[in-house]
Design a binder for this molecule. Sequence first.
Ligand code: MTE
Ligand code: MO
Length: 219
Amino acid sequence: MTQNFSGKIKEKLIAAKQKWAEDGRLLTGVADEKRENRLPPGQRLVTDWPVLDLGITPHITAETFKLTIKGEVENPLILDFAGLLDLPHVEAKNDIHCVTSWSRYDNHWQGVSALALADIVKPTSDATHVLFTAHDGYTTNVRIDQFLDDDVLIAHHWEGEPLSEEHGGPVRVVIPKLYFWKSAKWVREITFAKEDHPGFWEERGYHNNADPWAEERYG
Ligand SMILES: Nc1nc2c(c(=O)[nH]1)N[C@H]1C(S)=C(S)[C@@H](COP(=O)(O)O)O[C@H]1N2
Ligand SMILES: [Mo]
């Protein structure tokens, strides 16, 4: 998958989104700081669930799935699907906010919480950032405190069903407080690091921090 990545990505789509980033499209500059409104500034509510990715759908099964957690951790770990399901999992409900301006309320997830995973791998005191690498070659980065939040999940179920392939199944990351590009589908590696490594969209003009309430779309 990864080795063919550059040849297969939809260059046009990427170029278009990169242009949006350069032009600052969808920026409204109006933040609802009190959160009386569940909809972040510049977003519109949808009830379907759009599929957004680089146009490659990796076919990962329960048999072939592996998740590597490495880098600045005391106990590096490679989990297969059964190993992941064996970890204590939690149920969570949250809203999705995509930088392309759609939001979707009340998504019900099941998965392993990032905090539970960190309890096992034990990030070192030098770890400041986390990089996610996916089977389609996609990467995205967050600060360690953004990952180690109580609502962050390594999710394997959505609405009581195994997470579908198009939405990143069997396993994706869900970081509800950030724009959805930070939530890697088909995750295969979680790397704790001493420094920040900008991911795919972060290198192409998207904001490094990605807080929808501050409208950190680009820059
Ligand atoms: N592996 C991978 N994860 C990804 C992406 C991708 O291209 N590849 N796109 C991101 C973007 S831009 C968005 S908006 C969400 C879309 O998730 P969805 O297709 O489940 O709605 O996935 C994010 N995670
Ligand atoms: Mo997105």
